[in-house]
Design a protein around this ligand. Structure first.
Ligand code: 0A1
Ligand code: ZN
Length: 869
């Protein structure tokens, strides 16, 4: 029975989602053979590249098992063992070589075709350049190798290619010999990387590239040459990325004592890339979306994205590269920790409070739904079919929350002692999440026994809060619970830090100190000293634990906290809860309008910074509102949210005009104050356009035309795109013409239309899918239209299922080209249980259509079949 039939049978049996072909953590065994040294020789050509490899292999332990190598789509022209030709007969994608002694030299020559590689894994072509992506299992598409992260090797890489087509030849480490004037107009460069690394960190880039260059002197005084490579025309757009790189290098030294360890650090920006960026040793490869930025083409949030991703990849040099993962079940070891580090860095660079709110918003928009649906998995999963499907918000963002909780529990100094010990113990090793926790425990003397459950249990814990008075004291009971997730029926209480405080109901001030309550048991009782004043609880301050809070509070109390809580996250959360409470009913939104007015006034009076106010003014998204209910009422949510928006817009029209006047015109500066002002001005403009006056439309049109930044131009365009006006059509047409050829900006043009609330959105998206600029081979473009549309709750979930059909069509078309891209599109359909029976059936029908399609990829089959359970 083939794999697909097995999956279908498993689905019939309604068993737990342990798919056939799954790889299990419990089956981990150390590698039988190590490869201390590798030499690679690439003779490049887009149609056919020849890769010669020489592996020094050494038996690991006392056994008589063969050397096992992985390979995918390789045309093997010769193989040799200790200099003697051998016959190799691969079984599927594996090759076994019997070796008599304890060490040997194994050599291969294989032929691969970058031009035909549309999966963007291994060596592929992007706009005439040759680029690699090896994480997680792409190296096997380059040559025969034990493609697993616990085999660490020192690499020497010679790259030879046409000097005109590929004037720049890059690989990991430091550049060595350069050979010029080779036959046929070719040249070559040899790179050596002294640091042993797993093959997923190997990288090669060849092409006509120009660099923005700079330098950095490390804390011990070593000079590092920095270069960001892109097309000549885009070099000036790399300045923000370069500044972020230097800031990251300095920050990692100051905060973690981590210094860079090679003479060169290269970054390359490419347009065709499956993910955001990749931390290859000394040669980071980026999706150009996270490198190129200038005020004309990048919004403030794009600028922040660039800085955050540059920092993330740089920080991997220690958390990921110097200390790497033993196996892919440990992915969050490097990703959760590195996301936490990039979040800390970003908070240090700007407004920490707003950054935290943005991180929480992102976590709840993507990770909470993942944890609540059929794709739930713990941050250290125990089985997978296709590891590419596990680069999830859970591994990354919940992983970062788990690290953040450790930081809160052991304190900043303890955490630093823990990371120091972790690096001291494990530098140069491939380790596990357990090694990480053990280092934290040993360095701080804390007991993290129960904390380890975070690594095993999937799902979002709930904390119910009960409050009463006893002899003047405030007694709070925190009750934690957790629903089952697929394959995990029983959940145990987790250890978490819960920051809380009391806010005076009269004074509006905090009463006493904030408490960091360590919850361990199912029920935790907290006692606050007697207070005279009535009080309100400020809960989960700073979002110290990634949980769902269930607490009773009236709208008046929430409005009071939204105006007075001294913790920005909790204050923002109070406003969110108030909005959710209003939006869950058809009640008059007056309470919400006055809370918004109060916060806006606090901003104008200078009591709150503009960035926070802009954040607090945003209503919860339709999807987030839907996530709160047992069943998503697609039309009702849209109708009520639109009504509330209109009430806030018309009820405060004068205030919004005042805010627009106060906050617009902040130029192109990227200071937190200027960014905050732009954000708030654009929120004001959106409300004004929503109120529908001719003056507002004119203001939006003028802002669109005269904008000094993409933030303001997009702000105006987004405000207009939901309207049915000539301004909308004119600005959309202008935008497309003005930015023709700029991929990242044209992506925005697709996205803004896919997210529109207009009733003709589905038809527009169908038309855009036939637009000459649309392409399913470019992951960014696919995401900008189809990915964005799937996030448009009102129109993706159109009752007739047309949105689902569009997604199914696109998914199946992409699967033949790029399975990783396709598999991601299955995720929105996995939410079928949350919708009414009719929609649920239509969503399932698309998933079933996918699983029944002949020769569908393993990536997609795994996602679609898990989504159906
Ligand atoms: N390790 C990278 C993410 C990444 C993962 C897989 C990729 O393959 C398509 C690419 C990049 C990071 O965390 O940035
Ligand atoms: Zn990462």
């Amino acid at each position: 029975m083939n794999w697909q039939n097995k999956v279908m049978k498993m689905l019939d049996a309604q068993s737990i989602p342990q798919l056939p072909g799954a790889i299990r953590l419990a089956d981990y065994a150390p590698p039988d053979w190590l490869v201390p040294e590798v030499s690679l020789d690439f003779r490049l050509s887009a149609g056919s590249t020849r890769v010669t490899s020489r592996l020094v292999v050494r038996r690991n332990g006392n056994h008589d098992r063969p050397l096992v190598l992985d390979g995918q789509n390789l045309k093997t022209s010769f193989a040799m063992l200790d200099g003697e030709p051998i016959d190799v007969v691969p079984v599927g994608e594996r090759l076994e070589i019997a070796i008599v002694g304890d060490a040997a030299i194994v050599e291969f020559e294989v032929e691969i075709s970058p031009a035909l590689n549309t999966r963007l894994m291994g060596l592929y072509e992007s706009e005439g350049r040759l680029v690699t992506q090896c994480e997680a299992e792409g190296f096997r598409a380059i040559t025969w190798f034990p493609d697993r992260p616990d085999v660490l090797s020192v690499y020497t890489v010679r790259i030879e290619g046409d000097a005109a087509l590929y004037p720049v030849l890059l690989s990991n480490g430091d550049r060595g010999a350069v050979e010029t004037g080779l036959a046929g107009g070719r040249h070559a460069v040899t790179w050596t990387d002294p640091w042993p690394k797993p093959c997923y960190l190997f990288a090669l880039v060849a092409g006509d590239l120009s660099a923005l260059r700079d330098g950095f002197t490390t804390m011990s005084g070593r000079q590092v040459e920095l270069a960001i490579w892109t097309s000549a025309a885009d070099v000036p757009r790399c300045a923000h990325a370069m500044a972020a790189l230097k800031a990251s290098m300095a920050w990692d030294e100051a905060i973690y004592g981590r210094e860079y360890d090679l003479g060169a650090f290269n970054i390359v920006a490419v347009n065709d890339f499956n993910a955001g960026a990749m931390e290859n040793k000394g040669l980071n490869i980026f999706n150009s979306k996270y490198i190129l930025a200038d005020p004309e083409t990048a919004t403030d949030s794009d600028f922040d994205g660039v800085a955050g991703v540059v920092a993330h990849e740089y920080f991997h040099n220690w958390t990921g590269n110097r200390v790497t993962c033993r196996d892919w079940f440990q992915l969050s070891l490097k990703e959760g920790l590195t996301v936490f580090r990039d979040q800390q860095f970003s908070a240090d660079q700007g407004s920490a409070a707003v950054r935290r709110i943005e991180d929480v918003r992102g976590l709840r928009a993507v990770q909470f739904p993942e944890d609540a649906g059929p794709l739930a998995h713990s941050i250290r999963p125990d089985h997978y079919v296709e590891i590419a499907n596990f680069y999830t918000a859970t591994i990354y963002n919940k992983g970062a929350e788990v690290i953040r909780m450790l930081h809160t529990l052991v304190g900043a100094a303890g955490f630093r002692a823990g990371t120091d010990l972790y690096f001291e113990r494990h530098d140069g090793q491939a380790v596990t999440c357990e090694d990480w926790v053990a280092a934290m425990e040993a360095a701080t003397g804390s007991d993290l026994g129960q904390f380890r459950r975070w690594y095993e249990q999937a799902g979002t814990p709930r904390v119910a809060v009960h409050e009463r008075r006893e002899a003047g004291k405030v007694i709070v009971e925190l009750v934690q619970s957790q629903s089952p997730t697929p394959g995990q029926a029983v959940k145990l209480p987790v250890h978490m830090p819960f920051r809380m405080a009391l806010i005076g109901r009269d004074s509006g001030r905090r009463i006493g100190e904030e408490r960091v309550v360590e919850m361990r048991e199912a029920v935790t009782r907290v006692e606050f000293d007697a207070v005279d004043e009535p009080v309100l609880l400020s809960l989960n301050r700073g979002f110290s634990a990634p949980v769902i809070i269930e607490a009773e509070a009236s709208r008046t109390e929430l409005a009071f906290l939204a105006g007075h809580d001294d913790d920005p996250s909790a204050r923002w959360e109070a406003m969110q809860r108030l909005a959710l409470s209003v939006l869950a009913t058809d009640d008059d939104p007056a309470a919400l309008v006055s809370a918004v007015a109060a916060t806006l006034m606090d901003g104008t009076a200078g009591k709150l910074d503009a960035a926070f106010v802009g954040e607090a003014m945003l209503l919860p998204t339709e999807s987030f509102i839907g996530d709160q209910a047992a069943m998503v009422d697609v039309e009702g949510i849209h109708r009520r949210r639109e009504a509330a928006r209109l009430a806030i817009a018309t009820g405060l029209e004068a205030e919004w005009w005042a805010a627009l006047r106060t906050y617009s015109g902040s130029g192109t500066a990227l200071t937190p104050a200027a960014k905050g002002a732009r954000r708030l001005a654009n929120v004001a403009l959106a409300y004004l356009v929503g109120a529908g006056s001719a003056e507002a439309l004119a203001a939006a049109r003028i802002q669109y035309e005269t904008a000094a930044t993409m933030t303001d131009r997009m702000g105006a365009l987004s405000a207009l795109v939901g309207t049915d006006t000539p301004e909308r059509d004119a600005c959309l047409a202008d935008f497309h013409a003005r930015f023709a050829g700029n991929n990242d900006v044209i992506d925005k043009w697709f996205t803004v239309q896919a997210l529109s609330g207009r009733p003709d959105t589905l038809a527009r998206v169908e038309a855009l899918a036939r637009h000459p600029d649309f392409s399913i081979t470019n992951p960014n473009r696919l995401r900008s239209l189809v990915g964005a549309f799937a996030a448009n709750q009102r129109w993706f979930h159109a009752a007739d299922g047309a949105g689902y059909r569009l997604l199914g069509d696109q998914l199946l078309a992409v699967d033949r080209i790029n399975p990783q891209s396709a598999a991601r599109l299955a995720v929105p359909l996995g939410r079928w249980r949350r919708f009414d029976a009719a929609r649920g059936a239509l969503m399932r029908a698309q998933l079933e259509r996918v699983t029944a399609t002949p020769r569908v990829s393993r990536d997609v089959l795994e996602m679609a079949s898990r989504a159906l359970v």
